[in-house]
Design a protein around this ligand. Structure first.
Ligand code: AR6
Length: 175
């Protein structure tokens, strides 16, 4: 949160409650909903979100697609498809980084200046939290350096353990 990186913050919260321009969803390639943060976002946004996702027709792993936020406080939902963790030798890190960079470019192109991410792939998809957080933070630093339109990125952690991991990653940026 300092040392020139005050555009990046970590909080412990339910992402569906955040009043930012865009929240990112940890979706699957069908974009038709699921459990975890995906289920929570669809419940909070209302049934129109599923209709908008259906019209998109899917999204490859490592990419993202955008819809309105409907009943959410956020104006937009950016649906990013993270990789399933298979041990790390199936391109997982590049695919995870792709989620963060694609999502931020989409946000900027739609005029979203404040964006919140969950810890993509770290739930059902089993990506180890520490490794995932390092990639998330590094990719957001790199992408925001090229996207001056993004004013703030929030890493939305679902529990205190995840928040601790992100805070350590962010603190390392200032060293
Ligand atoms: N707000 C913020 N973070 C949350 C919330 C919430 N409301 N709920 C869960 N998390 P997961 P994945 C955290 O499993 O691993 C779905 O079925 C959670 O603690 O939601 O990318 C999709 O449809 C974890 O750290 O997503 C896919 O099929 C993180 O969000 C599949 O799961 C991601 O956990 C995607 O799996």
């Amino acid at each position: 949160m300092s040392g020139g990186q005050d555009r990046l913050v970590a909080v412990e919260a339910d992402i569906t409650m955040l009043a930012v321009d865009a929240i990112v969803n940890a979706a699957n390639s069908s974009l038709l909903g699921g459990g975890g943060v995906d289920g929570a976002i669809h419940r909070a946004a209302g049934p129109e979100l599923l209709g908008a996702c259906r019209a998109i027709g899917g999204c490859p792993t490592g990419e993202a697609r955008i819809t309105p936020g409907f009943r959410l406080p956020a104006r937009w939902v950016i649906h990013a498809v993270g990789p399933v963790w298979h041990g790390g030798d199936r391109g997982e890190s590049a695919l995870l980084a792709g989620c963060y960079s694609h999502a931020l470019v989409l946000a900027a192109n739609h005029g979203a200046e404040t964006v919140a991410f969950p810890a993509i792939s770290t739930g059902v998809y089993r990506y180890p939290m520490e490794a995932a957080a390092r990639i998330a933070v590094a990719t957001v630093v790199e992408t925001t350096a090229r996207e001056p339109r993004i004013r703030q990125v929030t890493f939305c952690c679902f529990d205190a353990a995840a928040l601790g991991v992100y805070q350590r990653c962010l603190a390392q940026l200032t060293r």
